[in-house]
Design a protein around this ligand. Structure first.
Ligand SMILES: Nc1ncnc2c1ncn2[C@@H]1O[C@H](COP(=O)(O)OP(=O)(O)OP(=O)(O)O)[C@@H](O)[C@H]1O
Ligand SMILES: [Mg+2]
Length: 434
């Protein structure tokens, strides 16, 4: 650049421009330019303005929290969950209270910034057999709560330095769920799914093999659960040492750790029997039919020491003070899941077929048969949808071939695969049933 002299278009000062730094904004053709000093001032004003906005936002955040508290009282949260989740009343209550208290803590913290008293958070551990509604319950809760919520699969985490995702990933997921807003991230909820998979192997299986990987993950999580500043880079920048890091304080993040904890009922049973034998109760071997009932009775009696035996380190258990247990779903519950929830599989198919002018009818015996098959598959409610999907495939294929209003009846035999669901023209139906 030539050694020209320009006048700053804002302050009018004469500037000898030797490099870009002398006049950061300059169009030599028109002579429009802003000197370094003015740019600095503008930058300063913008910063001030942003800070002012953030201060106001904080005040508003407290107001919004007030509204959220009003809207999300525990009984209202539970009522909402009832629309989607069958049974699991105790778990719904526990989560409703946990979520409500999470809001309250936020409000308290905002209003008592300088106070030395604080309300400690109550992280939750949630356990129950596979397909009983753990993940489903949490995902519905998150939709209601209007605070960021992210699910991270704990079994995908590895100790720092190992190949795989570091524990920080859980916080990074939340940061993305919060639309990259750090303040929102710091008040969100992290659901660590499959939490039982990071149990120390030497715990549950009593094997002597060391298991440093899983214990390392637990140690890593421990820091986050306690509340610490977690640092991470934007996705995919791990290899760049100069990539800017994002810092998030986990002090106010609510952690909910969920898992099936397969086999924990045996540990609980053993402990109870040990306690009871001391005062003279005999131990009975339950009949096979009683196993589910027994499981439901046992799971609610879980204590921290059982989790320790299972392979969770005591320090973590100490930071998960609320234990929330879910029950095995029996045949009746599975039948209700098919039809009652707002998003019940049968309702979904009814809606789909209605769009083609078709009325869908499931006979009671058919629903019971679906539930029976789901129980055989031992995956809780998870397999319900798949069983129905298999049966409905041909119907879904045939129906759109015509625009005639029709009716489809699904019978027990259809579910068993012995016959195809019948498609009737709608007029004949009324004659038939009349
Ligand atoms: N109690 C319930 N009420 C309504 N639907 C349920 C219930 N339990 C499970 N479901 C349905 O079954 C499916 C599987 O449930 P979910 O994913 O919550 O299982 P999970 O308890 O997390 O099991 P896992 O331990 O295997 O992860 C979901 O689609 C959910 O809609
Ligand atoms: Mg799950």
């Amino acid at each position: 650049m030539a050694f020209d002299t320009f006048h700053c278009s804002l302050c009018g000062r004469r500037v000898k421009v030797q490099s870009r730094a002398d006049m950061p904004v300059l169009d030599p053709n028109t002579g429009f330019g802003i000197c370094r000093n003015c740019v600095k001032n503008i930058y300063h004003f913008i910063e001030e303005d942003e800070a002012h906005k953030t201060r106001n936002k904080k005040k508003n955040f407290s107001d919004t929290l007030g509204e959220l508290l009003e809207k999300n009282k525990p009984h209202l949260i539970k009522k909402y969950l009832d629309e989607f989740i069958i049974m699991q009343d105790r778990a719904k209550k526990i989560l409703s209270v946990a979520a409500y208290n999470h809001y309250k803590r936020m409000k308290y913290e905002l209003e008592n910034r300088d106070g030395d008293q604080e309300i400690e958070k109550s992280n939750v551990i949630i356990m129950g057999p596979t397909g009983c509604g753990k993940t489903a319950m949490l995902s519905h809760l998150s939709r209601l709560l209007d605070i960021p919520f992210a699910v991270t699969d704990a079994s995908s985490l590895t100790e720092a330095g190992f190949v795989g995702a570091d524990v920080e990933v859980a916080v990074r997921n939340l940061y993305y769920a919060a639309g990259k807003d750090i303040e929102k991230t710091e008040h969100g909820i992290i659901y660590l799914d499959e939490f039982d998979k990071i149990a120390r192997k030497s715990g549950a299986n009593n094997s002597i093999t060391a298991d440093p990987g899983h214990e390392g993950v637990q140690q890593g999580l421990l820091k986050m659960l306690e509340g610490s500043v977690v640092e991470f880079t934007e996705r995919g920048q791990r290899k760049h040492p100069e990539a800017p890091t994002i810092k998030v304080n986990t002090k106010n993040i609510l952690f909910i750790c969920g898992g099936a904890f397969v086999g924990i009922e045996k540990i609980i049973d053993k402990r109870i029997k040990k306690d009871n034998s001391a005062i003279g109760f005999g131990s009975e071997i339950p009949s096979k039919e009683d196993t589910d009932k027994k499981f439901n009775e046992l799971i609610h009696q879980v204590r921290p020491e059982d989790l320790m035996k299972y392979g969770i380190i005591p320090e973590i258990i100490g930071r998960l003070p609320v234990i929330c247990t879910l029950e095995t779903l029996d045949e009746d519950a599975l039948m209700r899941i098919l039809t009652e929830p707002k998003n019940a599989p049968v309702k979904q198919y009814e809606k789909l077929l209605a769009m083609d002018n078709v009325k869908l009818e499931f006979e009671e015996a058919a629903l019971r048969q679906v539930a029976k098959m789901a129980i055989e598959r031992k995956t809780g409610a998870r397999s319900l949808k798949g069983i129905i999907e298999d049966v409905m495939l041909d119907v879904m294929f045939e129906i759109p071939k015509s625009d005639e209003p029709r009716r489809v009846v699904v019978t027990e035999a259809c579910i068993k695969g012995e016959e195809e669901p019948q498609i009737f023209p709608l007029e004949n139906v009324t004659e038939e049933t009349a």
